[in-house]
Design a protein around this ligand. Sequence first.
Ligand code: PEP
Ligand code: MG
Length: 583
Amino acid sequence: MLPSRRIQGVAVAPGLALGRIHVVTPGVDKVPTWSVPASEVAAEMGRLATALTAALAALGRDESLALRHAGEQEASIFAVHRMYLQDPSALRRVEKIISDQRVNAEAAVSMVIESLQESLRNVEGESVRSYAMDVTDPWRRVLDALCATERDEILSTEECVILAAAELTPQVVTYLTPERILGVITESGGRFSHGAVLARSLGLPVVTGLTNLLAGLEPGMEVSVDGDRGAVLLRPSAEDVVRFRQQREQAERRREALERTASQPSVTTDGGRLDVLVNLASVRDLDAFEVSKTDGVGLLRTEFLYMERNQFPSEEEQFRMYRRFLEEFAPRPVTLRLLDIGGDKQLSYFKTPEEMNPALGWRGIRITLEWEDLLRVQLRAILRASVHGVARILIPMVTSAEEVVAIHDLFRALRSELTEQGYLIAEDIPVGIMVEVPSSLMTLPYLAGEVDFVSVGTNDLVQYLLAVDRDNPWVSSLYDPLHPAVLQALNQVAEAAGAAGRPCSVCGDLAADPAVALLLMGLGYDSVSVAWSLVGEIKDTIRRTTLEDARRYAAEVLEQRTSAAVQEVITRVRAELYAGPGS
Ligand code: PEP
Ligand code: MG
């Protein structure tokens, strides 16, 4: 038997996991393509027929659901989609590709989707674009059914697995249901990429930066993952497993101790307060933790709700989702961020163009202000849901005052439109901006007065301040959230928001470190928003200290000239906080 091997990587999300490995093939987000020998063409046709039946059944289910919850008009869309799938000429095209080109059914279906899209691409007009969506969508369902079968075949065991992949993309994390994943390990993918953010929201241990990981793995190999230290052990020995179990028991005891005090507010011994809210990305997240232990939702990344689907969610669907979040959290606030797609957050049904530099490209509010219909549907759904709790709206990727004005205008117009249509809307729906681009930081003394609150997206702000792509492994060592420039920026935001009398928060993952959350409190932040699994730790840290000490600590950090020096201060403060009895 081969000896165990330890690989050191980057700690991305805390926790411990022990289990068998499942390697996610690099093409998980692409349609798998392979050639099919003549003898297997008939079997491939069989797979296609099964997927077609599954897609038709799913459409039938959606149709009756829509009929019950939304009305006849919405339901009729699904009936039309079923007709498209029953059209023999489209089916013949797919079958012909399988038999002539000898490719698998997934590849053939995706070629037909591509050609349907291509034929309609250059035709102008909104109705044609929605027709393109209508004819291709049912075929996407067939594609989904085919890919799901392949995934089920790979994972036919009931066992939970540790996912291993070349890169930590959102697609890798959403590849399996969270109940089936114990942890995630990858060769590359920064601490602040969207894949990492999503993995953290699942409360799973994650380690990245494991060079040549995949080459050293065999299917089903046992591994242990230490998400706190960024270490992975391949083929742990019996003694390693005993040590691992002891560590896990200790961590469990700590978690239970934190659980007991988690409902208490995070107030310092001299009465200073830092609210601790959660970042969410899916309705599924609601089952993972107790709402009463949080101060609300500081960031609902609504784009992930879109990413879980194979077509744009309708106003009715969105209304139901947002209402669910609002009802669960009431009277705590739920901050709904407007759709922030583009870059590495792609929707399978809305392809943005290939860009040389997607981080500086067509993303966030730039897309939705251009495709205003997307924004209209989302804002209408939010406004309608607003009476079911305490809703706040957050605008992503703001770079100019004009964008804020455009959202305010649309917001006002939709409010009167909905009121005229007889809908009830909450009186007060605060609108805030994300500060994640240097231009919004520089103009914040003016912008802050135009909105109701400010939330700093440090994941993007760091990349734009330091000119370091958050997703590019070649520069990941330069992505330095504790760079003095970042800390000065955070200080500037707190000062500008304070001067305008607006509450300010950090919802980027920098706040996930309890010692950094304390630092933010010292800088004047009112709240942080983090993955739910970190709420207890942060509240515990805040309760161990005074606001006065937090301010002194923040002032000391601002004096440092290098991130190493900043890190030194943070490490010292962390050690002091946990040095006392009962730690
Ligand atoms: C951020 O940029 O810090 C942020 C919270 O948004 P996202 O990570 O979704 O880009
Ligand atoms: Mg961002």
